[in-house]
Design a binder for this molecule. Structure first.
Ligand code: FES
Ligand code: FE
Length: 419
């Protein structure tokens, strides 16, 4: 209690020095006690999108998801059900799975060889006392839910927020894009030497795009990058209105075709509960049909699309879990805090499960834009972190094109103070 009181008083002190419209003060990025509280109050409470079911198609297939100090085994059981367990041996706590992925009939701990089934039951433990009950020492469950092929976990030790309620406004759009009938075309990891908030803040604004992302900016139309690059409402209203007027014919044709063109902004009630969901769907522009180097499709149509309409959906389940969808592929963005000054961004590209590599798609075409863009993001975020650690740093004023950063801070404070 004393420690918590001390923590909250330093947190409140930092918060008092925060001025709306500016970036957060330096202490928010350097105080270890704040980082561990952020994990408990924010990261461990959200439903985190971690991967796609096509990574583990057969019984015994597993992968390990790692973030902060946690390591989670996601494994398909013999009954075909996908479960998640803490990668912590119930004997003396060793990590059990040391490989990132694999396929196993039994998970054998490398320390004293306790063995667990793919359903998490303890199956073998040598020389134990007579009264030892195997059934009391199964692996500890981690909350897991799957929606249309997307795997979500929740690291809360208590009951997590209701998954259906969390997912409900996003279901229709995700469903339209056919993630449940897709497969992984590629994955890449981008380790980033920066606090996770800098990684997330960068994803909340496209003020940097025209400058830092020449490839991304040449695929999209300039006014899209300015008004929609970081989502609706991130540019001054009159500029956004002008852009929306321009794309009205495209929206009308979506309505006629029965394809999505709606926008979802988090409700006040959702915000109070610590939620931060978003989606929109707009045209890529420049006559481009997909988010590729030359604007041409890179794979087969996905989901319920009958033809290419050049749309792009931006979906955010929460700031740690986002997806982009074109007509022919999807990109899952998984943002992971590692330690106070280390994060990892993982990108997973999805294509139609019927698409054949080499015939219908080439992974290099599918990954091009977001691979190059994320490499550029990694560099600008790491530079941001370096400068922010200087004794000379003081919070700067956010532009009119970075309002979603302030929105992100508001979400952050709501969660941090809900304890
Ligand atoms: Fe796993 Fe001993 S710690 S068997
Ligand atoms: Fe960027």
């Amino acid at each position: 209690l004393v420690i918590n009181f001390k923590l909250m008083s330093s947190f409140n002190q930092y918060k008092e020095s925060y001025q709306e419209g500016k970036t957060l003060p330096q202490d928010f990025y350097t105080d270890e006690s704040i980082f561990s509280e952020e994990m408990k109050q924010i990261y461990f409470k959200q439903w985190l999108m971690v991967d796609h079911i096509s990574r583990i198609p057969n019984p015994g297939d597993y992968f390990v998801f790692e973030a902060e100090k946690e390591s989670i085994i996601v494994i398909r059981g013999r009954d075909n059900e996908i479960r998640a367990f803490y990668n912590v041996c119930t004997h003396r706590g060793s990590r059990i799975c040391l490989d990132e992925e694999g396929s196993k009939k039994l998970l054998v701990c490398p320390y004293h060889a306790w063995s667990f089934s793919a359903e998490g039951e303890l199956k073998a433990a040598r020389h134990m006392p007579d009264d030892f009950k195997m059934e009391d020492y199964g692996l500890k469950n981690c909350h897991i839910k799957i929606y249309e092929g997307l795997i979500f976990i929740n690291l809360s030790l208590d009951d997590p927020m209701d998954f259906d309620e969390f997912m409900s406004p996003l279901k229709e759009l995700v469903n339209f894009h056919g993630t449940g009938k897709s497969k992984i075309a590629a994955r890449k990891k981008y380790p980033t030497d920066a606090n996770f908030k800098l990684v997330l803040e960068n994803f909340q604004e496209c003020y940097h795009c025209s400058n830092a992302h020449p490839e991304f900016s040449s695929v999209h139309e300039k006014d899209w990058v300015y008004t929609m690059g970081a989502g609706l409402g991130t540019a001054p209203e009159k500029d956004t209105d002008e852009y929306l007027k321009k794309i009205r014919p495209w929206i009308e044709s979506c309505k006629k075709q029965g394809t999505p063109s709606e926008t979802y902004l988090e409700t006040d009630e959702g915000l109070r509960k610590g939620l931060n969901r978003y989606f929109d769907r707009t045209p890529i522009g420049n006559g481009h049909l997909s988010q590729t180097k030359n604007g041409k499709p890179a794979s087969k149509l996905m989901g319920k699309f009958k033809e290419f309409d050049g749309g792009l959906s931006q979906v955010s389940f929460n700031p740690f879990s986002c997806c982009y969808f074109t007509n022919d592929f999807g990109i899952m963005f998984v943002f992971k805090p590692d330690s106070i000054l280390k994060s990892e961004v993982e990108l997973i590209w999805l294509v139609n499960e019927d698409a054949e590599e080499g015939k219908d798609y080439n992974p290099d075409d599918v990954t091009y834009i977001w691979d190059v863009t994320t490499q550029e993001d990694t560099t600008i975020i790491e530079n941001n972190q370096k400068g922010l650690l200087s004794q000379s740093f003081s919070p700067g004023v956010l532009s009119q094109n970075e309002s979603a950063v302030t929105y992100f801070y508001n979400w952050y404070f709501t969660n941090m103070q809900s304890s």
